[in-house]
Design a protein around this ligand. Structure first.
Ligand code: AMP
Length: 397
């Protein structure tokens, strides 16, 4: 897969063309239905503004939440149309009609530089089924297709992969940028290259570990999955989260790292709790002294210092997944320290995943990170070396 060879919106003529633009406006909403974080919309503005400036007539499609094929008022894209109208200072025409009742002529009144936004595309069961007739209907609205929804690129849906096969199709700036950054760190990183992988399960990250092990100089494995690795090395891990059926995978990775001369680093100490709960009593213990019955919930101060030193001496850093139970204030210290160390480093830094990005935002460290990836599952799939069907379907240069 050579995604660097995909055409982008700059490689085609969009002047006065009807452009179908797939965005990822899957933003969090508060209990009153207001957008609580606009980052995903803001990250799409470069492509939208480019299309406005180039006199295109833009018809935007997005999903929001999981309506599972039915119309749910609380997951309407209307608040997003209002936000776009305000921030772009152009009237964004919100089209709430059922797709069945929308026809290509309905967009003839759209003037050059104007924007229409269709209702939540996941209100239709045909979308995740990648239904051909549904994709044909969407394709009939426009002359060209621009995909800028990196967050859904690992899924072959009608509005991503289906429609791309039916129209001249290119990527927008957001996808182009994600692909450029991720390809650069995977193929040509400045060394030393450090990957820090956290999160709960080995099973979720094993594909990424396997794909990165021969590319990195150092691999830090922390968070819940580190206990399976510590156990594979013979440590007692109390009642820490642990996947018995992944012990042999962990052993293989440890051996592979040795063979490849990759430094595989695990936490040397841990904050452990009596119970798996937010305010449980806790202790700090070395990794070889986790008491019977206790649960590892965060890395300890020695690990924080060790990891921070490695971060300081790296030139490329990839971070995915928290090193502790980040949701609970008492056990998020380690993750916040890692976020700080990465933001303070001079390395090219790429951060992906909900909790890692949340740690960066919580401390307002965004400026210290070279690239905050917008894709969760899509970024992981890319890092696993899997192809992304929605990008595969775009035209090559
Ligand atoms: P992931 O989505 O794979 O990046 O995993 C994120 C989840 O890992 C978060 O919900 C964390 O609470 C969880 N996690 C991190 N460290 C631990 C731990 N030591 N024990 C249990 N869960 C953890």
């Amino acid at each position: 897969m050579n995604y660097l060879n995909k055409k982008s919106v700059e490689d085609i003529n969009v002047f006065e063309k009807k452009v179908l633009l797939r965005c990822d406006f899957n933003v969090p909403l508060d209990k009153n239905g207001n957008i609580s974080n606009t980052k995903r919309i803001d990250d799409s503005l470069q492509t939208i503004c480019y299309l406005i400036k180039n006199n295109a007539k833009t018809i935007i499609i997005s999903h929001l939440g999981r309506p599972n094929g039915s119309k749910k008022a609380e997951l309407s894209l209307k608040p997003i149309a209002d936000y776009l109208t305000k921030i772009l200072n152009v009237n964004v025409k919100f089209i709430s009609d059922d797709i069945k009742n929308i026809f290509p002529e309905d967009f003839d009144s759209l003037k050059n530089g104007e924007i229409a936004l269709l209702e939540n595309i996941r209100f239709y069961k045909e979308e995740p089924l990648n239904d051909l007739d549904f994709a044909k209907k969407l394709a009939s609205f426009a002359d060209v297709f621009v995909n800028d929804a990196f967050g859904t690129a690992h899924r072959a849906h009608a509005s991503t992969e289906g429609v791309a096969k039916l129209l001249p199709s290119v990527c927008g700036f957001l996808i182009k940028n994600e692909v450029n950054v991720l390809c650069r760190i995977l193929n040509n990183p400045e060394r030393p290259f450090l990957a820090i992988l956290g999160g709960s399960k080995v099973s979720d990250k094993i594909g990424v570990i396997n794909n990165l092990i021969d590319k990195v100089d150092t691999l830090i494995i922390a968070g819940g999955m580190s206990y399976t690795f510590l156990n594979a090395l013979g440590y007692s891990i109390g009642n820490s989260i642990f996947e018995a059926d992944k012990i042999s995978l962990a052993t293989d990775i440890i051996t592979k790292a040795k063979d490849l001369n990759v430094k595989l680093i695990l936490p040397v100490d841990n904050v452990v709790g009596k119970e798996f709960s937010a305010n449980t009593d806790s202790l700090i213990v070395d990794s070889d002294s986790i008491p019977e019955g206790y649960i590892g919930l965060d890395i300890g101060p020695k690990s924080e210092r060790l990891f921070s030193d490695i971060i300081k001496n790296s030139r490329t850093i990839l971070w995915n997944g928290p090193v502790g139970v980040f949701e609970w204030e008492k056990f998020r210290h380690g993750t916040l320290k890692i976020a700080q160390a990465i933001a303070n480093s001079r390395a090219v830094s790429v951060v992906g995943g909900g909790d890692s990005s949340a740690a960066i935002s919580l401390l307002e460290l965004d400026k210290g990170i070279s690239h905050l990836s917008t894709g969760g599952g899509a970024t992981l799939a890319f890092l696993e070396g899997k192809s992304l069907p929605a990008i595969d379907a775009l035209d090559d240069k």
